[in-house]
Write a protein of this length. Structure first.
Length: 255
């Protein structure tokens, strides 16, 4: 095993341990009989044993599709626990990109996101779980030697990039319209472009940033600044879908 691969395994194990600590109460009661369901919710489960959902296929360490086209990651583990607790079966719908996943929900092809950040626009179309399943601040990633002491203000006039269809894309558009930015397909592309001097700043959540810095050994790159913006992940269901699903998810998450 190569050094950078070993590093990646260690980082993923660290976040997996963190996940277990955060969800220890949830793990302790991962039993379908431990939640209270009313009659209409019970009928929903009887009629809808399998629920399809979309996810981000390239978003380590949160979730990704491996070479065997299997759904993996911290959020994948949460979904498995949700199955044990709710009695439902969740089936991942594989896509090539996060943008494609978002479009599938918009077109009513799939009713559920495994995890997604809350925005005003999304709130008009989605029911979100009451409980956050993970939270991470957004950071500015840059090359060593580039200073961003004034945070986002220092990014004005720089070549800034974010992931397309992501939560931070919406945040930057609404809260920092003074910062023009380009969008990229995924985080991996962002780090490659930053490493090759094609962009100056990548805005991404801190957990993913630290994972990629360790996993791929980007020695020339660094986390330059932690912003006031945060990625607060919640499970989400299309508002046009049966509301019983989000109610069962909330019960299963202990809300």
């Amino acid at each position: 095993m190569k050094v950078y691969e070993l590093f990646g395994v260690c980082v993923y194990k660290f976040f997996s341990i963190l996940f277990v600590i955060l969800f220890l109460p949830f793990l302790s009661y991962a039993d379908s009989n431990s939640i209270h369901l009313n009659k209409s919710q019970q009928k929903f489960i009887q009629k809808n044993k399998t629920i399809k959902f979309v996810y981000d296929p390239n978003w380590k360490p949160f979730e990704w599709q491996n070479t065997q086209k299997e759904y993996k990651g911290i959020i994948a583990d949460i979904i498995k626990l949700l199955e044990l607790k709710s009695g439902l079966k969740f089936e991942p719908v594989h896509t090539q990109s996060w943008k494609e996943s978002v479009l599938k929900v918009k077109k009513d092809e799939v009713p559920m996101f495994s995890a997604i950040g809350v925005t005003q626009e999304r709130n008009e179309e989605l029911f979100f779980s009451k409980k956050e399943i993970f939270s991470s601040p957004y950071v500015l990633v840059s090359r060593h030697g580039d200073d961003f002491l004034d945070g986002c203000d220092s990014a004005v006039g720089k070549r800034v990039a974010a992931i397309e269809s992501s939560t931070i894309e919406n945040i930057l558009k609404t809260q920092r319209p003074d910062i023009p930015f380009s969008t990229l397909k995924n985080i991996e592309e962002g780090f490659e472009k930053l490493h090759s001097n094609a962009i100056d700043v990548l805005v991404v959540n801190e957990i993913s940033a630290r994972y990629y810095l360790k996993q791929y050994g980007y020695e020339k790159l660094k986390i330059a600044y932690r912003t006031k913006f945060s990625l607060d992940l919640r499970i989400a269901v299309k508002r046009s879908y049966d509301k019983h699903l989000i109610e069962i998810i909330d019960n299963s998450l202990g809300t």
